[in-house]
Structures are given as C-alpha cells and as structure tokens.
Design a protein around this ligand. Structure first.
Ligand code: FAD
Length: 376
C-alpha cells in the first residue's frame, strides 16, 4: 500500500476518537500494573477489539487483518501504551485459539475476547527462559481424558487480569500449547517485578492444573508453529505502535523547540536541532511506510512475509528508540521531567526492542534467511 484506503482511514478515525475520550485517564493508566477500568470500558465500547478475532466468532473480517491492527496500534501507541497493550493482547493472546483451537473452546472464549468480556494472555516466557523457547520447562502430561500442566511463567502481560492463558509447555512429542483458564484449580499469580514503563505484567504459577483434552491448541508437539503464526500476524503491529510513539515524541519536541528561544532564535532554528527534527521525521515516515507494506503483505500470506514483518518491527522500534532519545536531548532539562509526556514516551519505547522478538534475535534469524537465499 502506498496510501491507506478508506476502510483503514476510518479505523484511524475511530481509534483517534477513542484516544480523545481516553485522554483524561492516560497518565493514570500508563502508571498502572492492573487494567484501568475506564480504559477497558472505553475500548470495549469502541468495538475496535473485534478486529482481533475472526468474523465467525464476533470479529470484523473473516481473518484477522494485520494492517487493520497495525493502523489502530499506531494511533493508540502514540497516546497510551496501556490502551495499546490492552487492545493488542486480545489478539496476541487468542490468535492460536482462532487458528487451531477446538470448536468448543473457540465458541467458549473468542466472542468474549472480541467483546472484551474476557481478557486473553499468551504465556511463553519462564523465569530462566526468554528468547530460547526450546528450553521451556513447563510440563504437559496426558492423564486419561485430561491434560495436567505444571510450571511457572514469567513476565506475562495481563497476568492476574486474564481469564485464560495460552500456555506453552513440553510433552513427549515436543512443545505444545494448551488453554488454561485463570479460574482453574492450581493457577495463581504474583507481581514480582515492576518495570520502567509500568505494564500489566506478572508471573503465573501453574501447579498441576488439569484441563480437558479439548483445551489443547493445535496438535501435540506443534506449539511452536502456533506461536510462529501468532507472530506472523501480530509482530508487524508492534511496528505500528512504535511509529505512533515516535511520531508523538517528535511532535512534543517540535512544539517545545518552536516555543522556546535560546541564543536569540527559536530552538527549532538553533544549531543542529532543525536537522535532528528533520532526520527524525524522515526516519518515522520510512518506518511507517514500511510497516504498512509489511502489514499488507502479512494480510495476504502471514508466514511467507514473516521476514518483512520482522524487518518492520526491528526498523520501527529502533527508530522509536532513536527518535525519543533525540527528542529528550533537544528538549534539554524539560525532557527529563517525571510525569511529562516525553518522559513517559522515553520509558515506553524501551521494552519494544525486547519483547515479541528482541532486535538481536530477529537480526540473527533474518541473516540466516539472507544467507540461505544467497545459496539457492
Ligand atoms: C513489557 C513486556 C511484556 C512481555 N509480555 C510477555 C507475554 O505476554 N508473554 C510472554 O511469554 N513473554 C512476555 N514478555 C517476555 C519477552 O517475551 C522476553 O523478554 C523476550 O522473549 C526476551 O527474553 P529475555 O528477556 O529473557 O531476554 P534474553 O533471551 O535473555 O536475551 C537477553 C539479550 O540477549 C540477546 N540475545 C538472546 N538470544 C540471542 C541470539 N540468539 N543472538 C543474539 N543475541 C541474542 C537479546 O537480544 C537480548 O539483548 C514480555 C516482556 C516485556 C518486557
């Protein structure tokens, strides 16, 4: 796509309208480690969450449209990381269910996810396992017609608030995904960590939890393919959120530099500052255009375009990191004030380069693809 068509522009307008209504809660919500009730209510009323599940289960389009998710996240990501995460996780936490869950389990959960009546979560990370998911220690055992799940998951978005967790665990056949309802006997959670940009985040203890076989998502030993297909649809949307955040940081910097004078000129004309601002603008436009292109490609064939989505994620999140850092720099001491918008954006940009595939892990995979292509 070179220009977004009307359908996507309409989604942007709806997301902007939501952000305008949510504006008064942003400061509070983005400092919270629990879901902000007003944010949840407003997001549910907007109907935008319906974009995160397939049409057959209360969603908008037949299949989840990565470009739709991307453009909405761009708007939300520029305003509130809390709102953005609440929106995106409904898709990330439920997508495996949409594509490979049993009919009973889909019907039970997906319409509730689409209406924001149920909160979704994806539980991969463990206290000692992050990027290297092959080292997962959570165990899934078959006990007659039941599955028994035991392990500890760490740094899980929506822990403590989620109604279900899609849990990656180990079976004799390999890694598998299983839906574990939060209300199941043996599930508990805690918040051992607070991060620099507060997030609804916690650890989940799964202590010999028994769930029916129908809670298995996809085939035994094929859990990583479900994780991969979730990434293939949603990873590019992190690029959308990062572009929105970078744009918001640049807007703050431009406003500040144009309003303040130093050495007898407006700061927007002082020394290297005009070039810093212009470079940030170029970087953001490039990241945005590429994010839309990768998201459109993911809409046609998510797995075939995973490399493009991954490039868009790295490109946009690294851009956001650079832009927000330069924005703070050109704002001088005013960029450092706790509770200011720029300070919040500065903190919120940081985790984006670590979650959903860290920059280095993605670069490593991309370089393997590159070399493989060159050899064929
Ligand atoms: C805000 C936030 C929300 C999160 N939400 C969730 C969630 O909902 N569900 C969930 O399961 N997890 C979640 N996570 C965890 C996240 O997925 C992990 O942080 C991520 O996978 C990276 O793992 P790690 O932090 O253990 O880093 P590590 O894997 O220990 O990596 C540390 C450093 O080593 C580098 N590195 C690792 N491997 C390689 C390699 N092969 N080549 C080169 N460099 C490498 C990394 O790039 C990084 O710089 C969340 C994390 C954050 C910060």
């Amino acid at each position: 796509v070179l220009e977004l068509d009307g359908k996507y522009q309409e989604l942007q307008s709806r997301a902007r309208a939501l952000c305008a209504e949510a504006a008064e809660f942003v400061g509070e919500a983005d400092e919270s480690d629990t879901i902000h009730p007003h944010m949840r209510r407003l997001l549910a009323a907007s109907g935008l969450v319906r974009l995160t599940v397939p049409g057959a289960y209360g969603g908008v389009s037949e299949r989840v449209d990565p470009l739709a998710i991307c453009v909405v996240r761009e708007v939300l990501g520029g305003v509130s990381a809390h709102l953005d995460s609440l929106f995106a996780m409904q898709g990330i936490g439920s997508f495996a269910l949409s594509t490979a869950g049993t009919e009973t389990v889909r019907n039970r959960w997906l319409p509730a996810v689409a209406a924001l009546d149920a909160i979704a979560a994806l539980a991969l990370t463990e206290p000692q396992v992050g990027s290297d998911l092959a080292g997962i220690t959570t165990v899934i055992e078959t006990r007659g017609d039941q599955l028994r799940v035991s392990g500890r998951k760490s740094f899980i978005t929506n822990a403590g608030e989620a109604d279900f967790y899609c849990v990656l665990g180990r079976e004799p056949d390999g890694l598998s995904l299983v839906l574990v309802p939060a209300a199941a006997h043996g599930v508990s959670w805690s918040r051992p960590h607070q991060i620099i940009a507060p997030h609804v985040l916690g650890d989940v203890e799964i202590d010999g939890v028994e769930v029916p076989q129908e809670n298995r998502i996809g085939r035994a030993g094929k859990g990583m393919s479900q994780v991969l297909s979730t990434l293939a649809t949603f990873r590019v949307s992190v690029a959308g959120a990062a572009v929105g955040l970078a744009q918001a940081a640049l807007d703050e910097a431009v406003r500040h530099c144009d309003a303040r004078e130093s050495f007898g000129v407006r700061m927007s004309r002082l020394g290297s500052i005009p070039h810093e601002l212009a470079r940030a603008w170029i970087d953001i436009e490039m990241a945005r255009t590429f994010a839309y292109r990768a998201a459109a490609a993911a809409g046609s064939d998510p797995l075939a375009s995973l490399s493009l989505s991954s490039m868009a994620k790295v490109g946009a999140t690294e851009t956001a990191g650079r832009v927000v850092d330069r924005a703070v720099q050109v704002m001088g001491r005013f960029g450092l004030i706790r509770g200011s918008t720029i300070e919040r954006l500065y903190r919120e940009a940081r985790p984006m380069r670590i979650y959903e595939g860290s920059t280095e892990v993605i670069l490593d995979s991309l370089s393997k693809v590159l070399v493989k292509q060159a050899r064929t």
